[in-house]
Write a protein that binds this ligand. Structure first.
Ligand code: UDP
Ligand code: MG
Length: 332
């Protein structure tokens, strides 16, 4: 594709051989109906099934389809980041491969963009037939994040959104490697609006966001956008100090006015030691989360390594390491 497309769709793909054909079928209908040209960027996040082969076939069949392939699994947020580094469109849509983000929502999003909104994000009304555990943890997490975060991150909003070129340029210029994209998107500002939808169940295949990955994402979001957890250690410290003072007063009181002190003995000491140990380890853990992230930032490694790139014209060979840093990408 030599001409710059109007729209770019980015889809992160990790072991999605079961959903890709149907995804393409539904997306291509939407692509045909758009009021401008479209490129579809599939980002293979180190899939171990036939996803990459299917992507190659799609690229052969339909030149609007381009793809990037990571040398290993780097995670969903990084896959989206890579797609954003490579887009050429004026309006950029990010959606999941499993059809939980219905492609038919894209034309209404584009209509909002035409009205002048720079970010149109999709907000979930319901999660149909997702397990109660996922629904419950997601519910609690989004509200907690909303409470604690420095920026106003809308609840029940994932990465499914449309962004104007200016927003994507700003995102690409953000140097941090800890990429909680829905948070960064809110941090940027711009004219944002929501469009609500009912989240369908996954079309096929298994959930690729294991509980561990979801938890890691949740902690990333909290730590990247809030310093409240750091303050928790301060509060806990103050709380234990208050208890210690209270106990000291009680002990002195009992020593002088009470024949037997109820506060002596092994059990009391053991509980106190465990309590203080817990408070200290907990605080060190929180510190560790922040320091670990500082370490990640300082190392300044590339965000991802590319194996295969197709559909982006002359520069399809490996790009320069700088372009893989999630830094601004000059697209030729
Ligand atoms: N995904 C990815 N890398 C990963 C995990 C997931 O690119 O390590 C992609 C996956 O292929 C899908 C999207 O991220 O397109 C969302 O994953 P999933 O549907 O499993 O998670 P959930 O619906 O629970 O958010
Ligand atoms: Mg899903």
């Amino acid at each position: 594709m030599t001409m710059q497309p109007t729209y770019s769709f980015i889809v992160p793909v990790f072991n999605e051989e079961a959903t890709l054909p149907e995804l393409y079928r539904r997306l291509s209908t939407v692509m045909d109906s758009m009021d401008g040209s479209v490129e579809l960027i599939l980002v293979d996040d180190g899939s171990r099934d036939r996803s990459l082969q299917l992507m190659r076939d799609l690229h052969e069949r339909d030149r609007r389809v381009c793809y990037l392939s990571f040398a290993r699994n780097f995670g969903h947020q990084i896959a989206v980041t890579a797609g954003l580094n490579f887009v050429r469109g004026q309006a950029i849509v990010v959606l999941d491969a499993d059809l939980q983000d219905p492609p038919e929502l894209i034309p209404p999003m584009a209509a909002k963009w035409r009205q002048g909104y720079e970010v149109v994000y999709a907000q979930r009304l319901q999660r149909r037939r997702e397990g109660w555990f996922k629904r419950f943890t997601a519910y609690v997490f989004y509200r907690l994040l909303h409470q604690l975060a420095d920026v106003d991150i809308p609840t029940d909003t994932g990465d499914f959104c449309l962004m104007d070129r200016r927003v994507v340029d700003a995102l690409n210029a953000m140097p941090e490697r800890n990429r909680y994209i829905r948070g960064l998107r809110s941090w940027l500002g711009f004219r944002q609006t929501a469009i609500s939808f009912e989240r369908d169940p996954r079309f096929a295949g298994e959930v690729k966001y294991t509980f561990r990955k979801s938890l890691a994402l949740a902690i990333d979001g909290l730590v990247s956008f809030s310093r409240v957890p750091l303050r928790i250690s301060t509060y806990l410290g103050l709380f234990s100090a208050a208890i210690a003072i209270l106990m000291a007063i009680l002990i002195v009181y009992w020593r002088f006015f009470s024949p037997v002190s109820p506060l002596t003995g092994f059990a009391t000491i053991a509980v106190a030691i465990f309590f203080l140990g817990a408070v200290q380890l907990f605080s060190i853990g929180i510190l560790g989360e922040y320091i670990g992230r500082i370490y990640e930032e300082v190392k300044n490694r590339p965000l991802y390594t590319l194996g295969e790139v197709a559909g982006f014209g002359s520069g399809d060979a490996l790009r320069s390491p700088r372009s893989m840093n999630g830094l601004k990408e000059p697209v030729s």
